[in-house]
Design a protein around this ligand. Sequence first.
Ligand code: MN
Length: 457
Amino acid sequence: MITHTKAIYPASFPLNLIDQFNALLIFTKKAKTMIKANNPSLKSWIEVEDNSDFPIQNLPFGIFSVNNNEKRVGVALGNKVIDLAKLHEFGYLDGLGFEQSDFVSDHLNDMMLKGKQGTRDLRNRLSDLFESGNDTLQNHSDHQAVAIHNISSVTMHLPIKVGDYTDFYSSEQHAFNVGCLFRDPENALMPNWKHIPVGYHGRSSSIIASGQAIHRPKGQMKPPTADVPVFGPSRLLDFELETVFFTYEGKPLGDSISTAEADDFIFGMALFNDWSARDIQGWEYVPLGPFLGKNFASSVSPWIVTLDALEPFRIPGPNQDNPKILPYLEYEGDKHIDINLSVIIQPENGDENVVGTSNFKYMYWNMNQQLAHHSVNGCNIKCGDAMGSGTISGPDEGQYGSMLETSWKGTKPFKMSDGSERKFINDNDTVIMRGHCSKNGVRIGFGEVSTKVLPAK
Ligand code: MN
């Protein structure tokens, strides 16, 4: 260290100045790794209500349209949606390396192909543009008139063109509860569960946007009292309270992504209702796992909250020494995230009933471990792949992420405010999931994913 400074500075250079210069170097390096747009003291010249999910520290990305016109990339700020195609057209995004076609698009994938640094630079630019005191755009009411919309006047769409969809099973409490319900508390967790982030490949074509209703699925099932299977509408339609993360372009087939590299391959997260027909699932799943009980729909919230925006909410995860995990799953630093989650059932023309509140912090396996495991065999990860967390349940009653657990397989019906009961989801119920982080006076929200269940076709 000393020889290094001697080589750079003349011998007569005052030592305290060298120290100061080195301190400045370290500070600059640190500041470079810090994400400018996350500064809790930032305020926007666009008015943002205190309880908004979308303060200037969030800036989540989505796909919107106005009056059935072409779809575009938008960013939420307070109760406004910013049209990035317009900002790009007017030159506000110059020098960032994006094309107009990255923003006039049905999906975020083209924009995401610019990778972590590209989207980070874009979010930082937007943060600058909308920070109070910056009058570059604020002085152009003509530009604002066409580039800024009220959130209530736009239609939101599925934000990502999902190539492959993987669903994990990474909440210990959920795996334990399901194990208790279908086996017994002594053998609730399968022997592999604390060694492997268990997952399966789902179906991407039926991942749908929030607001799109689904029909109750039909299928084959075998009630416990029946000798032979029956066919009909699922009687045990359930939600799964999950989050999902979307990836940047990964590595070529044959290469792996380590837990240390994983952050650079994760664009952001959304809320995810991974619909499940428990009766169809229960009959079909042996021995190859989930199929028609799962592939009829999974609903995703419209705004992708970047992993960058979630960095301030990192927290430590659970101890993984008993049993000890294999080295490729080990990781350094805080990789779990404190995200409050809630799930609501709203009967037709009725009130919202909160049936569960949970938190993303209850995950046993974090996203870095999931991605490292997913690619450890050389599986190639592509831009726009979706990775579901698996149902996220907390340790207590009232913190469960599925009706299967909340009603304990139908033995403990949930009492609704209108006097009715729910074991599972009824026709014409709407299921809503919400999520947000909160710290240092900053609330980073996800908005919601909302889906109505229509009768079977
Ligand atoms: Mn699931």
